[in-house]
Ligand binder design. Structure first.
Ligand code: NAD
Length: 255
């Protein structure tokens, strides 16, 4: 396959639990990968672990909440590989745990800056690239927290509801350009993020056990299990799927 036929994927939060496993799946398809995260060092480790090299990958350190950083990762991707065929708009933070009256405006703004402004900015700068190509697929990472309310994480829950709204708007705006936009909604997944949420709860073990008991499959999911669904949505296998929400939650939402 000539380099010009090789498709390119951009993944934000690529040094994290789910992002790295998605990168692994997309690397198996021989895609060019643009890996975006806060720290270049962490991305270099992923590149090494996945056996990628300079010709098929690019690490771009960026804070997705900063407009100039987003512009930069999009420009760098296009400069190096020419197209952006797939975009996993995945970076996110959990923010603090606490009841509404305990949450601060500062915490709300921080969570929103990454989980909502970051996702908006990714769409804002990548959609024009895909429109020019008249093709592309975008996958926003929301959460089961985008559909459900639960006590204690209002900024995160609000932000993930917003990602669903953004997904639906974007999907409707770009469908006629041959671009698909979907959202993946993981439940409780074994990554750093759940370890932090467990620890914030004040009793990590009982919090985890309660979550497992509330899940029909009786356990947390693994990042590989989320990446498998993301891999499908970011492929031609999903050519008739857009504006859709895919839960990967061991059955929690279906109860
Ligand atoms: N783990 C879960 O149970 C779970 C459940 C539902 C949704 N999610 C969502 O999945 C996505 C990935 O989470 P994860 O579980 O892999 O967590 P993670 O903490 O392992 O990975 C998140 C990654 O995002 C990066 N990141 C954070 N802020 C950033 C910023 N401002 N700019 C660039 N990168 C930034 C982090 O450095 C990290 O590498 C997130 O959007 C998260 O909200 C996770």
């Amino acid at each position: 396959m000539s380099q010009s036929q090789v498709k390119t994927a951009v993944i934000t939060g690529a040094a994290g639990g789910i992002g790295k496993e998605l990168a692994r799946r997309l690397a198996e398809r021989q895609l060019n990968l643009v890996l975006v995260d806060l720290k270049e060092e962490a991305l270099k480790t992923v590149i090494e672990e996945l056996g990628l090299n300079e010709s098929n990958s690019l690490a771009v350190a960026a804070d997705v909440s900063k407009e100039e950083d987003v512009q930069n990762y999009v420009n760098k991707a296009v400069e190096k590989f020419g197209t952006i065929d797939y975009f996993a708009n995945n970076a996110g933070i959990e923010g603090p745990t606490g009841l509404l009256e305990e949450q601060s405006v500062k915490a709300l703004d921080l969570v929103y800056s990454v989980n909502v402004r970051g996702v908006f900015l990714g769409l804002h700068y990548i959609i024009p690239v895909m429109k020019k190509q008249q093709s592309g697929a975008i996958l926003n990472t929301s959460s089961l927290a985008g559909l459900m309310g639960a006590p204690g994480m209002s900024p995160y829950i609000m932000s993930k509801h917003a990602v669903i709204g953004l997904t639906r708007v974007a999907a409707n705006e770009v469908a006629s350009f041959g671009i698909r936009v979907n959202a993946v909604l993981p439940g409780t997944i074994n990554t750093r993020m759940m370890r932090q949420i467990e620890s914030n709860s004040g009793n990590a073990n009982s919090f985890k056990e309660a979550n497992e008991a509330a899940t029909p499959l009786g356990r947390y999911g693994e990042p590989q299990e989320v990446a498998a669904v993301m891999n499908f949505l970011l492929s031609e296998e999903a050519s008739f799927v857009t504006a859709s929400l895919y839960t990967v939650d061991g059955g929690m939402m279906g109860q």
